[in-house]
Design a protein around this ligand. Structure first.
Ligand code: ACO
Length: 319
């Protein structure tokens, strides 16, 4: 059988840190409100010259170094991003050039905060179909560019960053299963309702969100999709060694873990330090737990996330 395995991870956070106390000076908010409602204490913000592809480049180099893979050995690049460098070419093509990788397929996936799950599932299918051997899968975001910094209900929630993995062909799993879903009828609940026409921005190019609706939906469907992954693999929640959720809000993470009966000691949490980095949050959390030695060989790791669309999904893997 042909499988895919993650053989290297990398992460990158821009140098500038914006704390809750910094935000207190920008909008009518408080460190106490942000921490108690979201668990966030700080987030990183890209420098003016840093684009999603620059963040992706740093994270990718670290993942490739960890994997011992050179640019010429990469034969697929998928970048999950909601904040691409430009309308086109894709951030994946720009990243390919910056890496010095040549002549491999490269494309972006747009599934907002579930983007990395979608990208990883897609790369797994390429590898299992025998169409590539070493895929670079990246989540990279500069949400600071699509936030209305005068809107306290959204600007406190997000941060910038990138996470990357090298996924390689293997005769041992690796990825056991992936589960992707979407329901476009919720498209107005969480959106950046802007577009370009005649050289002008149409609509509102800032993130808008019905926070309560997102919260309730997220907790419901994240439990469902995790149970779907467990059922397909004949596993119980107690078999999962590490849950790596999308890092939107500590209360969503805690509620989902509680419903599943997974203790918080088995949940990787980075939202406190990173904020919500959308498609970058899961690979950043994975990289954190790999580099600090928490995740060990042979353990079951479950990645899950939900994002605008709505989109949601899970990937179950054996490390
Ligand atoms: N500081 C202080 N007060 C605030 C702030 C702020 N930053 N933002 C909102 N408030 C106020 C509101 O104006 C409101 O005041 P009012 O009662 O006088 O009208 C009050 O706080 C309560 O507002 P709610 O929106 O009801 O607050 P809630 O407890 O629902 O928390 C939050 C809001 C944190 C956004 C919550 O709904 C949530 O976590 N939603 C999930 C959405 C999420 O995490 N989205 C991330 C993107 S989606 C994704 O990644 C899945």
């Amino acid at each position: 059988m042909r499988y895919s395995r993650i053989v290297g991870t990398g992460g990158y956070l821009p140098e500038k840190v914006l704390t809750n106390h910094d935000l207190e000076r920008m909008v009518d908010t408080s460190d106490e409100w942000i921490r108690s409602r979201t668990g966030i204490t700080q987030r990183h913000i890209a420098a003016d010259h840093e684009m999603a592809s620059d963040l992706a480049l740093h994270a990718s180099r670290k993942a490739m170094e960890a994997a011992g893979i050179k640019a010429e050995e990469i034969d697929l690049i998928i970048v999950a991003t909601t904040t691409p460098d430009m309308i086109f070419p894709s951030t994946a093509c720009i990243l390919q050039d910056k890496l010095g990788a040549r002549d491999c397929p490269a494309f972006d996936v747009q599934a907002v905060c579930s983007g990395f799950i979608y990208a990883l599932a897609t790369a797994d299918m390429f590898i299992r179909a025998g169409r590539c051997r070493n895929a670079l899968v990246v989540g990279a975001e500069v949400y600071s560019r699509i936030l209305d910094w005068s809107d306290r209900s959204t600007c406190v929630l997000f941060g910038d960053g990138a996470g990357a993995v090298v996924l390689s062909q293997s005769d041992q799993p690796g990825i056991l299963s992936s589960h992707l879903h979407a329901d476009g009828k919720h498209s107005k609940v969480l959106a950046v309702p802007g577009s370009i026409c005649d050289g002008k921005v149409q609509g509102k190019p800032f993130l808008i969100m019905e926070g309560n609706t997102v919260f309730k939906f997220a907790v419901k469907i994240l439990e469902e999709v995790v149970r779907e992954a467990l059922t397909e693999n004949n596993l119980q929640a107690s078999d999962i060694d590490w849950l790596i959720p999308h890092q939107a809000n500590i209360r969503i993470i805690q509620s989902t873990a509680k419903k599943l009966g997974i203790p918080m000691e088995k949940v990787v949490v980075t939202v406190d330090k990173h904020g919500n980095t959308s498609a970058a949050s899961i690979p950043l959390a994975l990289d954190t737990a790999i580099r600090d030695g928490r995740i060990k060989s042979g353990q079951y790791v479950l990645l899950e996330g939900v994002g605008g669309g709505f989109t949601w999904g899970a990937v179950l893997l054996r490390w």
